[in-house]
Design a protein around this ligand. Sequence first.
Ligand code: IPD
Ligand code: CA
Ligand code: CA
Ligand code: CA
Length: 263
Amino acid sequence: MDLHRIDEFAKEMIFEAGKRIRDAFSYELKVETKSDANDLVTNIDRETELFFIEKINAFAPHHKIIGEEGMGEKVESLDGPVWIIDPIDGTMNFVKQHRHFMITIGFFVNGIGKLGYIFDVMREDLFYAIADEGAWYNDSPLRKLKPIDIKEAVIGINASWVTPNRRVNHEKIIDLVKTVRGTRSYGSAAMEIAFVVSGKLDAYLSMRLSPWDIGGGIIIAKEVGAVATNFQGEKFDLLSTDTFIIANPSIHPLILEQYIEEK
Ligand code: IPD
Ligand code: CA
Ligand code: CA
Ligand code: CA
C-alpha cells in the first residue's frame, strides 16, 4: 500500500472540503438537533461527509468508511483499510462562532493507525501524521513532547465535569483543576487533541467521545509521543464510545492514578 499516494489524496480532499465549508457561510445553514437540544447537526455536516464518501469510493472502492453522520454503509469491524471521519468536529462552534471547528480524519489498516489529519477549516491549518514517519503542522515538523510537571500543565477539560455527574468523582477533577497551571475548553475534541500534540495543551480529557472525534488525533499523537488511552489506560475502542485522555507522557499516568475515579 502506497501511503504517500493516499496521503496526497487525503490532503487534497480535505482542502477541497474546507473550501466548500467556508463558502457555505454565504448561504443558509439548516440546523437540527439529534440526541438532545445541545447535540447539533447541519446540512453542511451531512453534505461534507457525503463529499468524503464519494471521493473515497472513487479513489478506492474497497475502503470502508465510518462517519459521524452515518451517511455511509454500516461498518462492524476494523479489518482492512478503514477511514474514520468527522466532517465537522465542533458543530456548535461552527453554528454559533463560525470558527474553531475541524475536519478530522484517521486512516487505519486492520485497526492500526496509518494517516491522521486535523484541519482547522477557518485558519486553514493542518496537523497531520504519517505512521512511523512523523507529524507536521502545515510544513513544520512537530517535535516529540518534552516532560512537564503537573503544576505547570495547561489542560483541556469541559466545565461540566467539575460539577456532580454520573461518570466520575468530580471532587477529584476539582483537585486536578486546582493543581494544574490552567484549564481551557475549546468545544472541539479534535482541536484540543491538535493542541496537545503541538504542546499548546499538556492534556485533554473527556468522559465520552466517539471514534470519529479522536481517530485522526491518536495517529498524530503516537508520532509526537503523546499518550492517548481510555480511563483504564487501554486503547480507545474504535467501534464504540469510550472515555478518553490524551496527555504528555510525563503526566498521563499521574492524572489517571490520582485524579480520575470512575463511578
Ligand atoms: C463534539 C465536540 C465536543 C465534544 C463532544 C463531541 P461534534 O463533536 O468534539 O468538543 O465535547 O463530545 O461530540 O458533535 O461537534 O462533532
Ligand atoms: Ca455531532
Ligand atoms: Ca466530533
Ligand atoms: Ca461532527
